[in-house]
Ligand binder design. Structure first.
Ligand code: DQA
Length: 152
């Protein structure tokens, strides 16, 4: 099913710190794709689903927060992989909580089957959905999830 109402949803995608190094990070956890290749895959799926994506990668908490603030009135939803910030950034949690659009948390790896510090997501409760452990498919699944969520 495409998008029966023919709405062109705008999705903000944010990759957090160190995700610019995909392809050089632990392939068993994060897969083999570079960030460029991952973004190409995301854009291809978005085109198939009639969605627009704006994709950003930041290594700093400040830029992630600023982008959430600035895009909150422009985009229909957010897909965010806050990377290590997932586990301790109450500032990103607060930014997600204050924006009026739905946010999906994604992770390439299965954060629940790794070190204890990764098992905690301080943003989970302010997101509408969490997808993890599917490598690049986590992002693809998030696009499908949001397409279904937004057309309801
Ligand atoms: C990650 C998991 C985090 O624990 C880690 O710090 C990352 C990536 C993931 O996509 O699996 O950088 O968010």
């Amino acid at each position: 099913m495409k998008n029966p109402q023919n709405k062109h949803f705008k999705i903000l995608i944010i990759h957090g710190p160190n995700l610019n190094m995909l392809g050089h990070r632990d392939k068993a956890q994060y897969g083999t794709l570079t960030l460029d290749k991952l973004n190409k895959k995301i854009r291809c799926t978005a085109t198939d689903l009639d969605m627009d994506v704006s994709i950003y990668q930041y290594n700093s908490e400040e830029k992630i927060i600023q982008t959430l603030h600035r895009q909150r009135k422009v985009c229909d939803a957010v897909i965010i992989n806050p990377a290590a910030f997932t586990h301790y950034s109450y500032a990103i949690r607060d930014a997600i909580e204050l924006i009026p659009i739905p946010v999906v948390e994604v992770h390439l790896s299965n954060i629940y089957e790794r070190e204890n510090f990764r098992k905690i997501s301080v943003i989970k409760d302010v997101c509408i959905h969490q997808i993890y452990g599917k490598k690049e498919q986590s992002y693809i699944e998030a696009l499908f999830f949001l397409r279904d969520y937004l057309i309801k």
